[in-house]
Design a protein around this ligand. Structure first.
Ligand code: PDD
Length: 288
């Protein structure tokens, strides 16, 4: 049984209830985080909390907890659910008021804070010899211009992911003005002539925590890397394509819109970087 946190109370997930007047429900007026937990320890917690702080500030919602408060809440959520490897979900909305009104509710309206965990599936990098890689498609990026805010307003992402799934692909890679931005729920990397390239941070992408760690590991281990725009041509001619996220880590893409990427299997640079990522993660878990 999963124990969830909702506004200061703990209860079985299936019993948790919010008001239909909650602005998260009515307007998707809220932000979220997804934090991986390995061996009972939240991974890159400081970075996730910094991004949460950023998202809250950008939607002008004062954080209901300070850093120590979030850290304690997350530790308790992990402990109450028995630790292990988990995907931890945290959501803050602008709360519920007595009527539906687009403008912000009266000062003093309590935000809604919700947190839950779910089991974390093994990532492709955990079995690099057997992982087959995934198919992806490209789609026009139909989202707003503040994709750097981790907003719960995910309808465009949902529709694009579903289109990928209905075409037998795992992810949609998004194109805006001739450049590939990111995936519907992931950041994008390509490898060209041995250099690992990812889109620069901007309001057009979510600044992924996994993305940042990959760049950090590349720099530390002398793997050439760059943050630069990825043109559609560069994407289509890349030697390797990866999509990255906290829940799936680094996923090699072996076909794009039906065309083979590289040699049609996870590439050597993926293998190297995924190995570094796994080693980093395991070292942290061993130190619990
Ligand atoms: N999504 N870009 C988008 C649009 C995302 O939704 C995500 C992650 C990322 C990768 O960010 P990170 O490495 O910090 O997980 C990039 C999460 C996992 C989700 O919505 O479930």
């Amino acid at each position: 049984m999963t124990l969830a946190y909702l506004n200061g109370t703990w209860q079985p997930l299936e019993d948790a209830r919010i008001s239909p007047l909650d602005r998260g429900f009515l307007f998707a007026d809220g932000v979220y985080e997804v934090i991986p937990v390995y061996a009972g320890k939240a991974f890159r917690l400081a970075e996730h909390l910094a991004r949460l702080r950023f998202s809250l500030a950008e939607i002008q919602l004062p954080s209901p907890l300070d850093e120590a408060g979030w850290t304690a809440l997350i530790a308790e959520l992990i402990e109450r659910n028995g630790g292990g490897n988990l995907s931890l979900y945290l959501q803050v909305t602008r709360g519920a008021t007595s009527k539906r009104d687009h403008a912000f509710p009266p000062a003093g309206t309590e935000p809604t804070v919700f947190a839950m965990v779910s089991p974390m599936a093994p990532a492709p990098a955990d079995a690099p010899d057997t992982t087959p890689g995934v198919a992806a498609i490209t789609l026009p990026d139909c989202r707003w211009l503040r994709c750097d805010i981790k907003s719960v307003s995910l309808l465009p992402n949902i529709l694009m992911r579903q289109q990928a799934v209905s075409q037998g692909a795992a992810e949609a890679i998004l194109l805006r003005d001739g450049e590939a931005t990111e995936g519907s729920a992931s950041n994008l990397f390509i490898v060209t002539a041995g250099t690992v390239i990812t889109s620069p941070k901007s309001p057009l992408i979510l600044g992924g925590i996994t993305r940042d760690l990959i760049l950090e590991l590349c720099r530390e281990h002398g793997i050439a890397c760059a943050e630069q725009p990825i043109s559609e041509d560069a994407l289509r001619s890349a030697d390797e394509i990866w999509v990255t996220s906290s829940t799936r880590e680094i996923v090699p893409v072996i076909s794009l819109d039906g065309a083979t990427v590289g040699e049609g299997r996870p590439g050597p640079v993926w293998r190297q970087v995924a190995g570094l990522y796994t080693a980093f993660k395991r070292a942290l878990a061993d130190n619990v």
